[in-house]
Design a protein around this ligand. Structure first.
Ligand code: FPP
Ligand code: MG
Ligand code: MG
Length: 353
């Protein structure tokens, strides 16, 4: 009973390219002659801490899916033998520019994590001490800025103003999303809170995936419907990804996540599970307003969330977005890479870390 897309393993298909990604990024960063900045900036590009690389994986798979959609019309992915890497992939002819874009998306993401861990005063990241705990906050911020500078140079070298605009918009959105999170929702209506939360999720997570996907399609000069489909795919995968992240903050634990659970509540943040729970338990409104700061607030909020349908409703919403992402991918011609994108959207909602 295996569905066609389940035969296309996104991790397997992108593995070779992803393996060389961190090395390639490190080589690009190593040009500088300052040892501390060099060490700090490369911290998350060492193999032990290089993370899931979801963003570059999406960019790489999408570049192949777009290419195959134009060159292999009518290919039925079901006929492709299981777990045999297709020839196009073996030829290593993935355009250099699209690989650069995959690197740039990972560098921007990493820069935002350096800054994020300073803002959140987080001690650990990916099971390791956060950058600022080793190098200090000043160096961590500057290393993040340095990564953004390197990403900008790399981006300019692609010589495509539309791509530069779309990738720069990501940085604006990351900052906007972070500010929205710090300032909180201004309206006190339940609906306003949820709208604020969903917009913030787009800015802090989905925009990076959406605009990286859009850029990869623009770079390939694909027709506008394919550029749109690429953007939609990234956007919905990104929204689903963040909703699942917010679920895992309740359901996950330190050894699974490499970071402590319940960090959102402890930071005073009301995410989807709490927002949905508050429609069943209006008592949560007060706790949300005071950002779970009084003794026992976090524990009480957790109880309400687990007694409500908050987690279930959040999962449903994540599934809706994963399905919209699948729909966008399925608008491309059939290929094993397209199926891998569909599979990846499914995996995003079933992940446990
Ligand atoms: C992780 O979220 C953080 C982000 C997705 C983005 C943070 C953005 C900034 C700090 C703005 C500055 C941006 C740049 C590009 C330098 P989280 O804190 O909710 O999740 P976590 O549990 O992974 O820390
Ligand atoms: Mg954080
Ligand atoms: Mg944060």
């Amino acid at each position: 009973n295996v569905l066609p897309y389940e035969q296309a393993d996104p991790f397997l298909l992108a593995q070779d390219e992803l393996d060389s990604l961190s090395t390639s990024i490190r080589e690009d960063l190593l040009g500088m002659d300052h040892p501390v900045l060099n060490k700090a900036a490369s911290y998350f590009f060492e193999d032990s801490a290089s993370g899931k690389k979801v963003r570059p994986m999406i960019v790489l798979l999408l570049s192949r899916a777009l290419a195959d959609a134009c060159t292999e019309r009518g290919t039925d992915s079901v006929d492709i033998p299981l777990f045999t890497p297709p020839l196009a992939w073996q030829r290593k002819d993935l355009p250099r520019a699209q690989r650069r874009l995959a690197e740039i998306s990972e560098i921007i993401h990493t820069a935002s994590l350096f800054h994020d861990d300073v803002i959140d005063e987080a001690e650990t990241r990916r099971g390791l001490p956060a950058v600022h705990t080793i190098f200090g906050s000043k160096v961590a911020i500057l290393a993040g800025d340095y990564l953004l500078a390197r990403a900008s140079i790399s981006l300019a070298r692609l010589r495509n103003p539309e791509v530069i605009e779309s990738m720069s918009l990501i940085i604006e959105h990351l900052v906007r999303g972070e500010i929205m999170q710090i300032r909180g929702s201004s309206g006190d209506q339940k609906r306003a809170r949820l709208v604020h939360y969903l917009r913030k999720n787009f800015y802090k997570t989905a925009s990076l995936m959406a605009n990286s996907c859009k850029s990869v399609a623009i770079l390939g000069s694909y027709p506008s419907e394919m550029v749109m489909a690429s953007y939609e795919y990234g956007k919905h995968v990104g929204i689903a990804f963040q909703l699942v992240d917010d679920i895992l903050d309740f359901e996950g634990n330190l050894s699974q996540l490499g970071k402590p659970a319940l960090s959102d509540l402890k930071a005073g943040l009301s995410t989807a599970p709490v927002l949905f729970a508050s429609s069943e338990f209006p008592e949560l409104e007060l706790l949300m307003d005071r950002k779970f700061k009084e003794d026992g607030d976090v524990e009480r909020a957790v109880e309400y969330v687990f007694d409500s349908n908050g987690l279930r409703r959040t999962k449903e919403l994540a599934r809706v977005h994963a399905e919209l992402a699948m729909e966008a991918a399925l608008s491309l011609e059939s290929s094993i890479y397209r199926d891998a994108l569909v599979h990846l959207a499914h995996k995003v909602v079933s992940r446990t870390n």
